[in-house]
Design a protein around this ligand. Structure first.
Ligand SMILES: Nc1ncnc2c1ncn2[C@@H]1O[C@H](COP(=O)(O)OP(=O)(O)OP(=O)(O)O)[C@@H](O)[C@H]1O
Length: 271
């Protein structure tokens, strides 16, 4: 492991130079189950810088999704606190809202691509029909789906459906986008295409992205920083500052920095 890029857990860890938009302070989450208590998260301390792209990786069950849910206020920590722009997650969600993209299909099959993107604008914002259609068309153009506005999810490929999900998540211009294994169900070619799309979209607006993945290569290609988690109890094992040359292009996947950090990450996960 390169001591310069992978550091052991420390309370100060993760406090990046830009002001943190999310501050996670001593967060632990314990679930009660029939088999006894489960320590899904133990003493997590992280600061997520505004405008950064952070990936969270680790083995199944190490608490990645629980961490996203604790940040968004879907789960209340057993101890510790989360602040989002200086507010509790619940207050932030009431006023600004997080954007969400999940693995697999979360689209409504009976609605068209435009209808799916319009949903939050209709239900949450009560936007008039013509205005939300116009906005949906803009967002579908952003994810390169112009011409597919009136297609139903069943008429779209897996990658196209995830593009619609991203357009929908951006419909109320969130400052923070939570992506939980969004490309887990896609083939490698489509996945790589989506990586470049996500980077392009992230660069086009002031967006902080938290991205959960099982894929080391995905995390290394996309992120500024990678939070490596370990299970039982779910904890932060290391935070890696990614050194892949930017701006990204597919040749980054064979750069010396990428290959070296891939080896470091593999060693960290195996340790
Ligand atoms: N509602 C719950 N009740 C009891 N235990 C839970 C609950 N939610 C999660 N857990 C447990 O907490 C731990 C962390 O789960 P979590 O889903 O956050 O892991 P993960 O890293 O996202 O896993 P995966 O990569 O498989 O999605 C696991 O042991 C899981 O079984």
């Amino acid at each position: 492991m390169n001591a310069g890029s992978a550091r052991p857990l420390d309370p100060a860890l993760g406090k990046a130079a830009a002001p943190p938009v999310i501050e996670i302070d001593g967060v632990s989450v314990r679930f009660d189950s029939a088999q006894g208590p489960v320590d899904a998260l133990s003493d997590i301390n992280l600061g997520i810088a505004a405008g950064s792209f952070t990936s969270i990786i680790g083995r199944s069950g190490c608490g990645k999704s629980t961490l996203l849910r604790a940040i968004t206020g879907l789960i209340r920590p057993t101890s510790g606190s989360v602040q989002v722009q200086g507010q509790s997650s619940a207050d932030y969600q009431r006023t600004r809202r997080f954007g969400f993209v999940f693995q697999g299909d979360s689209l409504f099959p009976w609605k068209t691509a435009a209808g799916n993107v319009e949903m939050p604008m209709e239900v949450v914002q009560g936007m008039p029909r013509a205005a939300r259609r116009k906005r949906a068309e803009e967002l579908l153009r952003l994810v390169r789906l112009d011409g597919f506005e009136d297609h139903y999810p069943a008429q779209l490929s897996g990658g196209m459906r995830q593009r619609v999900s991203i357009a929908r998540a951006l419909s109320y211009e969130p400052e923070i986008l939570m992506m939980d294994e969004p490309f887990g169900a896609l083939d490698e070619f489509t996945r790589r295409e989506m990586h470049d799309e996500v980077i392009r979209i992230w660069r086009s607006r002031p967006l902080t992205v938290l991205f959960v993945t099982h894929s080391l290569s995905e995390a290394l290609y996309l992120s500024d920083r990678i939070v490596v988690m370990a299970p039982r109890p779910g904890r932060v094992k290391a935070v890696i500052e990614v050194e892949t040359p930017r701006p990204l292009d597919p040749s980054a996947r064979t750069s010396a920095a990428y290959l070296r950090q891939m080896t470091e990450l593999e060693a960290l996960l195996d340790a």
